[in-house]
Design a binder for this molecule. Sequence first.
Ligand code: HPA
Length: 270
Amino acid sequence: MTQLHEATAFIKDKLQVTPKVGLILGSGLGMLADEIENPLKIKYDQIPGFPVSTVEGHAGQLVIGELQGVNVIAMQGRFHFYEGYGLDAVTFPVRVMKQLGIEKLFVTNAAGGVNESFEPGNLMLITDHINNTGQNPLMGPNDAEQGVRFPDMSQAYDRKLQAVAKAVARDLSLDLKEGVYVWNTGPTYETPAEIRMLQTVGGDAVGMSTVPEVIVARHAGLEVLGISCISNMAAGILDQPLNHEEVIETTEKVREDFLGFVKTILSRLA
Ligand code: HPA
């Protein structure tokens, strides 16, 4: 049995219902999983084949249950390329969630604001992305059972889900921004010159995650919704250094907005 089938069988064995929506919760956003009803929690290090999370602020577990009437499986904590994991490991949970039966994947992250009209604390609907790393999780032999060799990325972020998100933002009077998320490997934050470059090429937010998971999700035929929490303005926009504590603090401040937003989107899918 492959690692993928082993991990899937291990989790499936504990489930009574099929999860329909996968949630990947970024830095400081893991509290959404605390709202899941009748939660089944499985620590990553218990799952055969699963990588183990190391970053602080990442609990490192799957939380499976019902949220707003939808059967969900949430990743409380994700794996980052900068931690030293290969992209196979970073995206392994997406493959597992697909095997478990999800049809939609919500990806969330904390990101730096590249678009100068944004403010820390804004939520941004990801409409598209730029892979600025030269890395791709699909490099290597293609497993045709998982997806095609050359996946289309012209609508990586599902238009119907974006429309639902925008309608929810209107109804909640949320000042939802929209834009293009740029993936850099990190772990350094960017230089001001790099941020000026990203502004020129059409980036609106920048972060160290999400894109590999979205590439694999699209390969697997999942519908993707992406939400960034703008935790800071990117380097050089304000005359101040960046730090991880600020990123976590801001995401905690927007926690109510974020929770209400994602929960209402889910309720409209129920
Ligand atoms: N740059 C890259 N990643 C980030 C940032 C940033 O400014 N903020 C949060 N994650």
